[in-house]
Design a protein around this ligand. Sequence first.
Ligand code: ATP
Ligand code: LTN
Length: 326
Amino acid sequence: MSRVFSGIKPSGSVHLGNLLGALRNWVALQDEADTVYCVVDLHALTVPQDPEELRASTLSLAQMLIAVGLDPERCTLFVQSHIHEHSEGAWLMECTAAFGELRRMTQFKDKVEQADFISGGLFTYPALQAADILLYDTDQVPVGEDQRQHIELTRDIAERFNARYGETFVVPEAVVPPAGARVMDLQAPENKMSKSEDSPRGSISLLDEPAAIEKKLKRAVTDSDGEVRWDPAAKPGVSNLLSILGAATGRKPDEAAAGIERYGDLKAATAEAVVELLRPIQARYHELAADPAETARLLAVGADKASEVASATLDRARRNIGLLGR
Ligand code: ATP
Ligand code: LTN
C-alpha cells in the first residue's frame, strides 16, 4: 500500500482553497493508501505567534480536519511538534539542501516581500517540510499547486542524501487535484486565496455563516465584458467563480458555466453550492469543538502511530550519515 503524507499550518482559519485544493483529496485518499496527516505547528513559528492563539488554532485545526472527513481510525492524524524527529530531521535536510535552492523558493520570495520580520526559519522552512515528508517513507504528497516547488525540492534533497550516504529515503511525488488546485482570492483574483488576514473579504472560511458567504461572493471582483466564460488569463475573477462552482458540484469549470448567463446568477449559484458544501462540515465541527479532551486523546493516538515510523527512519538517516550511536 502506498504511503501518503501531507501537512497544513495552524495559522488563521481554514478556507475554501485549503478544502478544494488539498483537504478533499486527503479525505479521498484514506480509502486507497496508508495516510499520514499532520498539523504543522512548527511551520507556523516562522512568524511571531501569540502563544494562546497558536495553541487554540492547533486544536481547532485538528477538529476541522476531522470535520471535513479525516477519520483518526483510518489515517494517522497528529501534531508536528509532538514528534521531535521533525526538528531533528530538519537539520539533516538543511545540511543537504543548497543555499541557492532555498533562495529560489517562490513562497519564500513572496513572503519576504510582505513580512516586516524575516526569520531564519522562513528561509529554511522547506527543509523542515522535507523532513516531514521523508520521515514517513512517503510515496505521495497531496497538495495544492502552490506547494509543487517544495515537493520538487524534497525530491532533490532525498536523491542527494541517498547518493551521498546510501539508500535512506523514499523519493516522493506531488499529487495535485485537477479541479480546485488553485482557488484565487475573491477580491484580488491574481493572488491565491490565503489564510493571511490582509484580505478577509477575499477568502471564504469554512466556518463562515451562509449570509457572509453570500455577501463575499456577491462582492467578488469580476470584469466588465459581461460574458460567463472559463478563461483564467483574460477573466481571472469569473474563472475563479467557475472553478469554485465546478469543484463544489463535481464538474469541470467550463461545464459549470453551462446555462448561466449573468454574473449575478453565477455568484448566486456559487454561493448556494458553497453553503451546501460547508453545511455538514460546520455542524460536525461544532460538535467536536464542544469536546476538546476527545480531540486531544485522538491526537495522542496519532502521535504514537507517527512516532514509530518517524523514529525508525530518523535512526536510519543518523546511521547512514555517520552520527555515532550511543
Ligand atoms: P497561508 O495563507 O498562511 O500561506 P495557506 O492557506 O496556504 O496558508 P497551508 O497550511 O499553507 O495554507 O496549506 C494547506 C494546503 O492547502 C496546502 O496543500 C496548499 O497547497 C493548499 N492551499 C492553500 N491555499 C490554496 C488555494 N488558494 N487553492 C488551492 N489550494 C490551496
Ligand atoms: N508548506 C506547506 C505545509 C506543509 C506541508 C508539509 C505540506 C508543511 N509540511 C508536508 C505537505 C507535506 C504549506 O505551506 N502549505
